[in-house]
Design a protein around this ligand. Structure first.
Ligand code: NAP
Length: 264
């Protein structure tokens, strides 16, 4: 072996510098690589986290706004004066429950009230009750069976209503079923009644008052519905009206007048 001179040591150092030794431990090299990739991941992560945070904020903002709008529409917004739409208010299913309460409230606010329901004796009783409580209010009634509304009866009702200055129509009559069932489990007569009483009644009653409202350029149609109408529910094959399908003819509101139908 040749003795190592100063020149040979210097040249070997230069060679080492030109060709650096490969890393002695493979594990060390892996650690360096993974650190590098996690650094890159950390650079990507903030963008992803920011994006998710933005998405969450947008969803939350939408929910808060929707809730605020609901509060405004149901509680805060000042009540409209039903009398300004016209002299008469027509309420279907007016002999019981919500319909009866609506009839009394509309009378309290100065509207003449047309009560529509199926039982003539109950109609007479509610008419007497209303007249006693609000002697200055005109009350009329019409017995209509909405589960079997014939074309002839429909035209008769439309004729009666056309002679009145109907400002407000409350499409209140409606039914659900006694317990939850799948849509295919309902009997044909139940489906038929749900359609006639919930959907057909709303459609034909709205058609009956609409020409007069359009002539006078004033009117409001209020459709009663279940909160379940907001979203389809299994086991409640809902046949339902849209609760928001009310329109003010004089406001030029273009809300849909016709009922919606959902079966689930
Ligand atoms: N009450 C609730 O918890 C609730 C919940 C969600 C939605 N709703 C909706 O709100 C509206 C009113 O409900 P409600 O509980 O107040 O009703 P309700 O107390 O059962 O009163 C129903 C009214 O509709 C009349 N009616 C029923 N079937 C009829 C038919 N085939 N033809 C003509 N009139 C008929 C009834 O007349 P008779 O008196 O002669 O039977 C009665 O005046 C309905 O559209 C209902 O779907 C109610």
């Amino acid at each position: 072996r040749a003795p190592r001179t100063a020149t040979s040591v210097a040249s070997s150092c230069t060679a080492r510098r030109r060709h650096p030794k490969p890393p002695r431990h493979r594990a060390f090299s892996h650690t360096a690589q993974s650190a590098d990739s996690s650094n890159r991941a950390f650079q990507v992560m903030p963008t992803l986290v920011d994006g998710l945070a933005l998405l969450a904020a947008a969803i939350l903002g939408y929910q808060v706004l929707s809730f605020a709008q609901l509060l405004y529409r149901t509680i805060i917004r000042p009540a409209k004066n039903p009398r300004k739409y016209g002299k008469w208010a027509v309420v279907t299913g007016a002999t019981d429950g919500i319909g009866k309460a609506m009839a009394f409230e509309l009378a309290r606010r100065g509207c003449s009230v047309m009560l529509i329901s199926r039982s003539a004796d109950k109609l007479a009783a509610v008419k007497a009750e209303l007249s006693e409580k609000y002697p200055n209010v005109e009350v009329a009634c019409e017995a209509v069976e909405f589960s079997s509304l014939t074309e002839t009866r429909r035209s008769q009702v439309a004729e009666v209503l056309d002679k009145l200055e109907v400002g407000v129509l409350v499409n209140n009559v409606g039914m659900s079923y006694p317990f939850c069932q799948w849509f295919h489990e309902l009997s044909d007569s139940e489906v038929s009644n749900l359609l006639s009483i919930n959907i057909d009644s709303t459609t034909w009653m709205t058609r009956a008052v609409l020409p007069g409202m359009l002539r006078r350029k004033s009117g409001a149609v209020v459709n009663l519905s279940s909160a379940a109408a907001q979203s389809p529910l299994p086991l409640l094959a809902q046949v339902k009206r849209r609760p928001d399908a009310d329109a003010d003819a004089d406001d030029g509101d273009d809300a849909p007048l016709l009922p919606a139908f959902t079966a689930s």
